[in-house]
Each structure stands twice: as structure tokens, then as C-alpha cells.
Design a protein around this ligand. Structure first.
Ligand code: PMP
Length: 389
């Protein structure tokens, strides 16, 4: 446990009980988008004696009808697979844990984006890896830097990436870079963990193929999730990998929790059969696109020119970069004071090794328009005052 740090985000969410606080911290999906009526009917129907099997144990790799529906959707999106290529997992997070458990011995090197998803650092920590972080820009991981990094760490075992609308920066890996990433993974015999919870939340631009669909040697473990497109509380996601890898992940899943909830899997499979999830996702995208546009427009108005921020084509986050000497963790003491009451996630927590103090992650989901604008104005005022010193 000595290498395991508490999550700064969990700490922040504790502040969330204060109704006056405007928090850009969480990155929760907007609860107004949860299909409550549809799920309520489905659960009601499933919890009748005729459907008692939905409260029974089932296969550890997941209900066959759900695996088939997931495979169908992925195939329609260009990642061709069948039901037997899918392992149902307890949210994408479990895919990170199981993959790390599968490949990492203490001291092994994991290559990540710099910065990377905090939850991945938390998932990997018990396996005691070392990190080789790779620079990113608006097109995702920098492939020249990846090549240099792999030359310096020839024994690296795992490359973890969030190619679509990355958490925390919102940037997306370009197609050319995806192709090059696969070539480099092949050359260095790496396992690639492709984590895609935001992939379907694209608000503009064209769809880019998954790393899994470009994978030529079965090196990619593709992980996806229902959290951002249906509801995180059902705790369901999927992993797609080469048969030998998937079989081992399935054994680790069996050891970890036997199976995901039969009831939740049955309800999700039924939802996918009875409703058009793509139209639900299109509605969600309209809501989030509006929030993103409003957040970026307001940031343009309120932030001084020294503060830069990403303009994501999808997902839930923008990443702010302040001048080098600005410490966002320290600054939050001011933003949390009674006259301001604005929260965000200080960027340090997302860096696996050298923690840069001058960034902040802002989530624009699930905040009413007026509060979103008001919160950014309050923050912008404080930033201007601080930088004028
Ligand atoms: N990966 C990334 C990049 C995430 O942002 C999240 C959720 N915040 C997850 C994985 C895990 O989500 P879940 O387990 O709910 O699918």
C-alpha cells in the first residue's frame, strides 16, 4: 500500500455537498441524461418470477446476449469482433486493473501519456510499475517522443493510452499517429491498453478508427464502458482482445469478482435490444456539445492570454495551462474561499513522475449553464488578480 496515494478527485468530491460550490472537478455524466423511465420498466419486467435467471449466477465472461450486442456495436463502428471476443467487465476501470495484473511485475515499465488518467495510476499502483511518460500535444501522444522513450526503456511491457478525448486533456490521437503507435508496439513487443470511455462522445470532426481495428499482431486490449453513454452506476464495460489474452483476463475476472451483476447485464442487453442507444448518445452529444461551446466561449472571455486551454472535439474535459510558476493546487485555496467557491482538479495528480504544478482539469458536464458561466467568471477574476501581482 505504500505506493498508493489517495485520489485528489475523491477528496474533492467530498466538497461537492456544499450547494454553493460550483465544481468543475468531477467529470460525472449529466444525470438528466440517464434513461430512467426505460431502465425502470426494464428492471421491473426483469424482476418477475419468469425472469428469475437474472438474479442467478452466470458465465464469468458475461451474459452471451450482452456480449453479442457489444460486439455488434463495435463491429458497426469499425472494430470488427464477435461475442466470443468480448469480456464483460465491471466498468472500464476493471479492465485497467485486470490488464495490469496480467502483464506487470514489480518494477516493469508502463508507458503512458503525460499527463494520464489518474484512475489508471491508481489501478496500476498495487503492481508497483515504473513509468515512462510520453509528451502529448493537440494530436495526442507524440510518436517521435514515444520512439525515443521506447529506445530508452527496451523492456517496457505495457503502453496505456486514452486515444479519444483523453482524460485529463481532452485531446485525440490522430490517425497517422495511431498507425505509427501500432508499428512501434509491434517492433517493441508491447501490449497496448486502449481505454475508450469517451469515444462515443464526439461533438465534431470525423470518427477515427480504434487502435484495436488497426492492430495487426493481437497486441491491443481494447477497453470500453457504458458509464458515459448509459449510466456509470450499472458498472458495466467491455474488454476485447486476442483469444489467448482474453482468456487470461477472463480467469483474472473470475478470481476477482466471479462475474458482473447478472441483473445489470440483462437490463443493459434488454435496453440495447429495445432502444436505439445511438440516438440516446446523439441526444447526450447535443447536451455536452452545448456545454463545451459555452465553457470554451466563456474561458475565451474571462481568462487572460497567458492561460491556454485545449479545445476538445468530444469528451468531458478541457485542460488549462497557466504560466510555469503558477501553482493550481495552491491557488485553489483562494477559489474555495466563501466569496468564490469554485473547484477544479489541480493538474499535478495526473502526472506519473514529474508533477507539473501549472495545470488544471475542468469538466463541463452536468453543470447548469448559468452556474457554468458564473463559476468561470469567478475563477477568471481571481486568475487575473493573481497574475497581475
Ligand atoms: N478510463 C478513463 C479515461 C476514465 O475517465 C474513466 C472514468 N472516469 C474510466 C476509465 C473508468 O470508468 P468506468 O469504470 O466507470 O467505466
Amino acid at each position: 500500500m505504500s505506493g498508493i496515494r489517495p485520489s485528489a478527485i475523491r477528496e474533492l468530491l467530498r466538497l461537492g455537498d456544499d450547494p454553493d460550490l460550483i465544481s468543475f472537478g468531477g467529470g460525472y455524466p449529466d444525470p438528466a441524461l440517464f434513461p430512467m423511465n426505460e431502465l425502470s420498466e426494464i428492471f421491473h419486467e426483469l424482476l418477475t418470477t419468469a425472469n428469475a435467471r437474472t438474479l442467478q449466477y452466470t458465465e464469468s465472461r458475461g451474459l452471451p446476449e450482452l456480449r453479442a450486442r457489444i460486439a455488434d456495436r463495435l463491429t458497426r463502428g469499425g472494430t470488427t469482433c464477435g461475442a466470443d471476443d468480448v469480456l464483460v467487465i465491471q466498468g472500464g476501470q476493471q479492465g485497467l486493473d485486470l490488464t495490469a495484473k496480467l502483464v506487470l511485475n514489480a518494477g516493469d515499465t508502463v508507458v503512458t501519456e503525460n499527463p494520464t488518467f489518474l484512475g489508471a495510476l491508481i489501478a496500476f499502483a498495487p503492481y508497483e510499475p515504473r513509468y515512462a511518460p510520453v509528451r502529448i500535444d493537440e494530436d495526442g501522444m507524440d510518436m517521435d517522443h514515444l520512439e525515443e522513450t521506447l529506445a530508452r526503456h527496451p523492456g517496457a511491457r505495457l503502453l496505456y493510452t486514452v486515444p479519444d478525448f483523453q482524460n485529463p486533456t481532452g485531446v485525440t490521437l490522430s490517425l497517422d499517429r495511431r498507425r505509427r503507435l501500432i508499428e512501434l508496439a509491434n517492433r517493441h513487443e508491447l501490449l497496448v491498453l486502449e481505454d475508450t470511455p469517451y469515444r462515443d462522445l464526439r461533438y465534431e470532426g470525423t470518427h477515427i478508427p480504434t487502435l484495436k481495428s488497426l492492430d495487426t499482431e493481437g497486441r491491443v486490449v481494447h477497453v470500453g464502458s457504458f458509464s458515459k453513454i448509459l449510466a456509470p452506476g450499472v458498472r458495466l464495460g467491455w474488454a476485447v482482445a486476442a483469444p489467448d489474452v482474453l482468456e487470461k483476463l477472463g480467469l483474472l475476472k473470475l478470481a476477482a469478482d466471479t462475474q458482473s451483476s447478472t441483473l445489470n447485464m440483462a437490463a443493459t442487453a434488454t435496453y440495447l435490444g429495445q432502444y436505439d442507444i445511438d440516438s440516446h448518445i446523439a441526444d447526450a452529444c447535443a447536451v455536452y456539445r452545448h456545454k463545451r461551446d459555452l465553457a470554451l466561449k466563456t474561458l475565451d472571455e474571462v481568462m487572460p492570454p497567458e492561460v491556454r486551454f485545449t479545445r476538445p472535439d468530444g469528451g468531458l474535459f478541457t485542460w488549462l495551462t497557466f504560466p510555469d510558476t503558477f501553482d493550481t493546487a495552491d491557488f485553489m485555496r483562494q477559489t474555495l474561499l466563501p466569496h468564490a467557491k469554485v473547484a477544479y482538479v489541480p493538474g499535478t495528480t495526473f502526472f506519473p513522475t514529474q508533477q507539473e504544478p501549472n495545470h488544471a482539469r475542468l469538466s463541463f458536464s452536468g453543470i447548469a449553464d448559468e452556474r457554468l458561466v458564473d463559476g468561470l467568471h469567478r475563477m477568471g477574476d481571481l486568475v487575473r488578480r493573481e497574475l497581475a501581482h
